[in-house]
Design a protein around this ligand. Structure first.
Ligand code: UDP
Ligand code: MN
Length: 257
């Protein structure tokens, strides 16, 4: 049921809100039939929230420190997992039966509603270690039970990379070997490193990219908008950064209630 399904993203700073806005705008641009939700933390400014209200069906404030109980205890022990714990909040979106999480540094390039045919936990391989999935794009099912177990796992084992990807990979530890249907094609989470490490594959398959992921330290909102970038000049990454800015600056028609 489409009303039970949502795309979800997260922003804990005003800068990441720029990315979240592009996630929302690009999903709308390609006509998703699903709900779109952004989780923001309390420190995010009103100025940064306002544009999100126009694009997203729901702007939810999530507060790790105030959620009391389990999350609070775990948080105190491992402050470095703060943003990770905030991301885990997506498992508490109980009004939805199935969701697709998208990092705020992703850009959607086509309709990707077919992702809802997949099961938890579906994700694409990480370019750096393909037996791990990249946690920038994943299909999941909200569940208090899973949320509790994830927090317990985090408190007990931490995260081998200090972030959500290490935690989620050790929790969903059979991803690499159990069910090929849970391996999303790489075109659903195409990272820039692929252009550099395997250019012929990018040239062969990259035209079909559905989601670009600007992972790493430099995000599109750190780069200046370069309208001159065209097919013949600039790197492939520049092209995607240009597309990101076009989406960021695109006027969104008012949504019909
Ligand atoms: N995030 C956030 N605030 C932060 C860092 C991360 O809201 O200060 C969220 C945001 O949705 C981001 C995701 O967590 O896309 C994962 O972080 P990031 O994309 O920077 O990691 P990378 O994909 O580069 O490893
Ligand atoms: Mn990311």
């Amino acid at each position: 049921h489409v009303a039970d399904q949502a795309f979800v993203t997260l922003a804990t700073t005003d800068a990441y809100c720029m990315g979240a806005l592009v996630v929302g705008k690009s999903l709308r641009h390609y006509g998703t039939s699903r709900r779109i939700v952004v989780m923001v933390s309390p420190n995010v400014s009103l100025e940064a929230r306002r544009p999100l209200e126009f694009v997203f069906d729901e702007v939810l404030q999530v507060n790790v420190l105030d959620s009391g109980d389990r999350a609070h205890l775990s948080w105190l022990g491992r402050p470095e997992l703060g943003v990770t714990f905030t991301k885990l909040h997506c498992w508490m979106l109980l009004r939805y039966h199935k969701c697709v999480f998208l990092d705020a540094d992703t850009l959607v390039l086509s309709n990707i509603d077919e992702l809802f045919e997949r099961e938890e936990l579906s994700a694409a391989p990480d370019a750096g270690w393909p037996d791990c999935f990249n946690s920038g794009v994943f299909v999941f099912r909200p569940s208090l039970h899973t949320h509790t177990r994830l927090l317990e796992h985090a408190a007990q084992h931490g995260s081998f990379d200090g972030g959500d990807q290490g935690l989620l990979n050790s929790f969903f530890s059979d991803w690499a070997v159990t069910d090929i249907n849970k391996h999303l094609p790489f075109i659903y989470n195409l990272s820039a490193s692929a252009f550099y490490t395997y250019l012929p594959a990018f040239q062969r398959y990259g035209y079909d990219a559905k989601i670009v992921h600007f992972l790493g330290g430099v995000k599109p909102w750190h780069c200046s908008f370069n309208p001159q970038a065209n097919q013949d000049s600039g790197s492939q990454l520049d092209q995607y950064v240009k597309l990101w800015w076009e989406e960021y600056l695109r006027q969104t028609p008012p949504t019909v209630a």
